[in-house]
Ligand binder design. Sequence first.
Ligand SMILES: C[S@@+](CC[C@H](N)C(=O)[O-])C[C@H]1O[C@@H](n2cnc3c(N)ncnc32)[C@H](O)[C@@H]1O
Length: 342
Amino acid sequence: MKVESQGHVDTADTMRVVNWCTRSDISPLRYPGGKRKLAPLIADLISKTNIRPALFVEPFAGGASVSISLLEADYVDTIALSDADPLLSSFWEIVFSSQAEALANMVYDAKVSLDEWKRLKQTEVATGLEAAYKCLFLNRTSFSGSLNRKAGPIGGMSQAGAYKIGCRFNQSKLAERILELSRLRHRVRFVRNESYTKTVRDVRKTAVYRDSPNRVFWYLDPPFFAKADKLYRCHFERKDHQTLARAIENIPGSWLLSYDDHPEARRLYGRHPGYALVNLQYSARIDEKNRLVAKEIVVSDIISELRAAGKLQDGAQVIQIPRRRQNAPANIEVVERNIAIG
Ligand SMILES: C[S@@+](CC[C@H](N)C(=O)[O-])C[C@H]1O[C@@H](n2cnc3c(N)ncnc32)[C@H](O)[C@@H]1O
């Protein structure tokens, strides 16, 4: 990636991304570890390169909220999504296909009950449409949005608590959102069920990469280090994280990787020149003095280039985002560069 000019934060463009990513319904999926709050940071880094991505690839798609935020804000020309979990990839495939209306109708007409939850939990799906419906239904009715085999229903098997199985399944809103997203399908290059290694090989062969490699951008958000086996149906073993750390340098295009702040992630990436520990500061207060702060590790070739060019100061705010709503990201800053590696 070549940083072509100093660039500047184009507040209007970045605000478009902020406006999208502060929508809690940006993705129909409630995804554990959903990263929509990183979208403004990614938009800001991209704007500093002055290169608009022709293709934005998210190979660990999950809830895909970053790709969707940037696409809806018209920050990128097209997106491509893939995920190793066939339920998730089927969901996105159907949303961005001519079958979106059929899915929206199924969601609108769904009988949201414990019986339906149990039926879907046991069902082997025969078609992509059934898989997409199963994905959304179980995601919105299971504890923490987890599709994991062991995840139970919201409200438990007794449905005795205040929150019942249907409390996060607003049928008309979800159906509408599916239809809204499906209108963007001409800007979705592909949705695939495959491992990220295959997606890397596939993108390398595309005309867009061959013609303008610097206009391909990757957002990589691999499974967490902690508890990933409980959250996702496809997770990483330790060696998989190490393999990704080696593969990242050969990604075809520009890239940003994010991880939950975990000692293993610091160990793997803490010395990378594109490493930054980012504070996602929320407007919600914990008490009188403290605001809720979530730390996220990001690594990006753009950060490396900006640092090398003296255009990114550690400790300085990368982007300031006006507080639009309660719980919207208030500001995002790079807080640390080199950290002690234990
Ligand atoms: C942390 S989640 C991604 C969350 C997403 N960024 C969001 O905002 O919702 C990681 C995803 O990686 C997928 N995954 C696990 N192993 C994979 C692999 N080898 N290749 C591609 N996807 C994989 C999981 O199914 C999961 O959906």
